[in-house]
Design a protein around this ligand. Structure first.
Ligand SMILES: [Fe+2]
Ligand SMILES: [Fe+2]
Length: 254
């Protein structure tokens, strides 16, 4: 089974880039399942229903997210009503929305799971144990994880921890595609970060001047999405098989 995963969509320019390139990528790569991380779709922070619908209409089957999922309170207007928008499973307490979805792809059950790391991030529930709990009920299914985390070590540690249990783990959140796509010894495909979708000229999708100013002055400055200039769409193609999955990272820049 082939899966296409597109990294963090940042701002309107990011959604437009998905609208421009996703159908082309799907016809070239013929994935059976297409997943897009949309946590930064609305102004760089959060996602509203219209953003979600535009990403689905571009060809995504599922939208995953991360730490910015709650930033636009309008997310609460739709997150309980759809199973195609995932938030990290490991938020504590009674949380709106869904952290995973099990889908039937050509007779094979595939569980797509969104988790969030805790190193240099909010101290939500432990994502490693959250995986263990989910695995108890879903070990017969092919599990794909969007692991949304800040540090390279936590992402690699998680990937190795679930090697042989998840079919693939892809990292998101840091917005820069890493050159370490690989298959771990027990067959789990892994990459530390898929990279982002949106501006190529900004800094992680944000207007450069604001970010540089923050480093020059050590004072907070408002971050706005870079909506002009060149664009990029970073993605991975994962081929999932019974005992070994493979992964290839790629991008389009224009
Ligand atoms: Fe994030
Ligand atoms: Fe992000």
């Amino acid at each position: 089974m082939r899966l296409l995963f597109v990294g963090d969509v940042v701002g309107n320019i990011g959604i437009k880039t998905v609208e421009t390139y996703l159908k082309q990528l799907k016809s070239e790569l013929s994935p059976q399942l297409t997943i897009v991380n949309g946590e930064n779709a609305n102004g760089g922070k959060g996602i509203k229903e219209e953003d979600f619908k535009r990403i689905l209409n571009s060809g995504a089957d599922l939208v995953t997210s991360g730490n910015h999922i709650w930033d636009k309170r309008e997310v609460l207007d739709f997150i309980d009503d759809t199973t195609n928008m995932l938030r990290p499973l490991n938020y504590p307490g009674d949380v709106p929305g869904h952290g995973f979805k099990t889908i039937n792809v050509n007779g094979q059950k595939v569980t797509v799971l969104n988790l969030q790391g805790t190193a240099m991030m909010q101290p939500i529930d432990n994502p490693f144990y959250a995986f263990d709990d989910l695995y108890k009920e879903h070990s017969d299914e092919w599990i794909f994880v969007d692991f949304h985390a800040e540090t390279t070590s936590e992402k690699i540690a998680f990937g190795q921890y679930v090697d042989g249990r998840a079919k693939a783990v892809v990292g998101t959140h840091t917005h820069v595609q890493t050159n370490d796509a690989q298959t771990f010894p027990k067959g789990t495909a892994f990459i530390t970060d898929v990279g982002m979708t949106g501006s190529l000229d900004g800094i992680l999708g944000v207007q450069s001047q604001r970010v540089i100013q923050r480093f020059l002055t050590q004072r907070p400055s408002k971050f706005d999405v870079e909506e002009a200039g060149r664009v990029q769409i970073n993605y991975v193609v994962v081929d999932i098989n019974d005992n070994k999955s493979t992964i290839k990272a790629d991008y389009i820049r224009s």
